[in-house]
Design a protein around this ligand. Structure first.
Ligand SMILES: *Cc1c(COP(=O)(O)O)cnc(C)c1O
Length: 348
């Protein structure tokens, strides 16, 4: 059975062009800085995000962790949203490994943080308090529905942080989805932040890897921390080669995933008892909820879907997240629609 796997865009397999590039990549020892393919990927990434330098890392989680460790010392404080990936889904790494303290403020449904909340969260110089060092923003915002944050908002939030002496890190795991959604260059969404990570291994289809971008001095520090964390990889050009294809060929086509997410959202929300959970999708994610009074649970529904070859991510007792990506076709959207009707025992 060919699975229709909507659990995440991380499930994407490398494209045939990526596999070719991986097989033929020119390699060297990247811990010595001698892998020409890694070096090329890092130059491309820095240029596309408008930063001086970049570092290839095994995962987005490690990229965010390295960034926090580079910006903050033990006992320092990071301000971020209560729905931030770094808070929810990175195993508490910043606290466990960095002794860094999170200060949470509520995310608005559109993924933003209130500027007033950011300003109020900055600590005064008082021996009772940790030192505020960093603001983390997320774009697109995953848990808020894959929403994309505008340049105007990013500028306002970054200015508020900078005026209080904080640095700004952007968790841009899906920053290219945000840029494609808004029809702006990626740099317009990153030039106001001090550091940014993005994932090659999600909608861009590369098998492994993320890139952390920032100033030359920042990346120099990040390189040492990556080594401390055991993230120094040797002939990593086999992976970077796929990342280069990702940046060259897979960015513009993200618009197709966004269109399919729209189609999926329309199809599923037309089913009685199914509603959109986070509004109409901006990018590639569709969050839905089942009517708890009349429906089976998400778990039972997902078992029924699985029997029909459809995999969906469960996000609550009656809630699902579905993510469109390169390996999901228009035809699949129709199949998912009827699989849901069947899974909910509705007449076809
Ligand atoms: C996936 C993701 C990450 C982490 O990436 P991994 O490569 O899975 O570690 C970070 N932030 C956001 C918003 C993500 O969606």
């Amino acid at each position: 059975m060919k699975w229709i796997d909507l659990r995440s865009d991380t499930v994407t397999l490398p494209t045939p062009r990526m596999r070719d590039a991986m097989a033929n990549a020119e390699l060297g020892d990247d811990v010595y800085g001698e892998d020409p393919t890694v070096n090329r990927l890092q130059r491309m990434a820095a240029e596309q995000l408008g930063k001086e330098d970049a570092l290839f890392v095994p995962s987005g989680t490690m990229g965010n962790l390295i960034s926090v460790l580079a910006h903050c010392g033990r006992g320092d404080e990071v301000i971020m949203g209560d729905c931030a990936h770094t808070f929810l889904y990175e195993a508490g790494g910043i606290s466990a490994l960095g002794g860094v303290h999170p200060y949470l403020i509520p995310n608005n449904p559109d993924g933003t943080l209130s500027i007033q909340d950011i300003q109020n969260a900055v600590r005064k110089d008082d021996i009772h308090f940790p030192k505020s060092k960093l603001l983390i923003l997320e774009n697109t915002h995953n848990r808020c529905g894959g929403v994309s944050l505008s340049r105007e908002y990013m500028l306002e939030a970054a200015n508020a942080a900078h005026q209080s002496g904080l640095s700004v890190h952007l968790d841009g795991a899906r920053i290219f989805n945000a840029a494609v959604d808004q029809g702006v260059s990626t740099v317009e969404l990153t030039d106001m932040v001090d550091s940014v990570t993005f994932c090659l291994s999600k909608g861009l289809c590369a098998p492994v890897g993320s890139v952390l971008c920032g100033s030359k001095a920042f990346i120099h520090e990040a390189l040492r921390i990556r080594k401390q964390l055991g993230g120094g990889m040797r002939q990593a050009g086999v992976l970077a080669a796929a990342g280069i294809v990702a940046l060259e060929e897979m960015v513009d086509r993200l618009a197709e995933d966004h269109q399919r997410a729209q189609l999926l959202a329309e199809a599923l929300s037309s089913i009685p008892g199914v509603a959109l959970d986070k509004g109409s999708p901006n990018t590639n994610m569709v969050y839905i909820k089942l009517d708890s009074a009349s429906s089976i649970t998400a778990k039972a529904c997902s078992e029924n879907l699985k029997k029909q070859g459809v995999l969906a991510g469960i996000t609550g007792p009656y809630h699902f997240r579905m993510v469109c990506h390169y390996w999901i076709t228009d035809e699949d959207i129709g199949k998912v629609h009827s699989a849901f009707e069947k899974a909910l025992n509705l007449p076809q």
